[in-house]
Design a protein around this ligand. Structure first.
Ligand code: GRF
Length: 213
């Protein structure tokens, strides 16, 4: 048996994706150990969930910090001290400096509330509605220096329904995000996903199109 995957989770707010990971780990479906939860916002609710679960936390306030690269380097030095195998950005609302990402290439993922490559960045629900899309969803991708631009591992789709607004769409998508993130972390923890020079492999085969959850 392989040892549990050591996971660091980064949050900026509510932390419901973090809670889903904690619940899945506790239920025995996710062979991981969450070794640290870190945030750029000391008041993030996600940090409270981590403390309640007895998980180590790092809070480094980004407010008033002008040197973005220095802040990111400091944050990731603190995270690296916990020796994670995988870094999960789960509602972490910060564009990370390219230099800080380099050593983590292939070991850092993000959950994004759109069907990438559609709608990188903010206000994804609104943009999907304004475009008149019939489907919307969430994606888990490996993080590169390009915002929401790294290889997509998997996505989860929902239908856009008549009368949907931003809030309704976000609320309907959220449980799907939780399942998607847990499933992707499970595959990585099981050693099924590998990264080779920017190409994802699933069970030893190149991934040509995102998996569906
Ligand atoms: C999620 O919609 C996630 O996709 C996006 O930010 C939100 C975070 O939610 N990046 P939570 O903090 O996990 O509840």
């Amino acid at each position: 048996m392989r040892p549990p995957l050591r996971v660091a989770v980064l949050v900026s707010g509510r932390g419901s994706n973090l809670q889903a990971l904690i619940a899945a780990q506790r239920s025995g479906t996710l062979p991981i150990e969450i070794v640290v939860v870190a945030s750029d916002k000391p008041a993030a609710e996600g940090l409270r969930h981590a403390r309640d679960a007895g998980i180590a936390t790092v809070a480094l306030d980004a407010a008033g910090r002008r040197d973005r690269a220095a802040f990111d380097a400091e944050l990731f030095a603190k995270i690296a001290a916990f020796a994670p195998d995988l870094v999960v950005l789960a509602g972490f609302m910060r564009v990370l400096d390219a230099a800080v990402l380099t050593p983590w290439t292939g070991r850092i993922i993000n959950i994004h509330p759109s069907l990438l490559p559609k709608y990188p960045g903010l206000h994804t629900h609104r943009r999907a509605l304004q475009a008149g899309d019939a489907v919307h969803g969430a994606s888990v991708h490996f993080v590169t220096a390009e915002l929401d631009g790294g290889p997509v591992l998997a996505c989860s789709e929902i239908a856009i329904e008549a009368g949907d607004d931003d809030a309704a769409l976000a609320a309907r998508l959220l449980p799907r995000e939780h399942a998607l993130l847990c499933r992707c972390v499970q595959w990585i923890a099981q050693g099924r996903i590998t990264w080779q020079d920017g190409q994802l492999q699933v069970d030893g085969e190149p991934l040509t199109t995102p998996l569906h959850v």
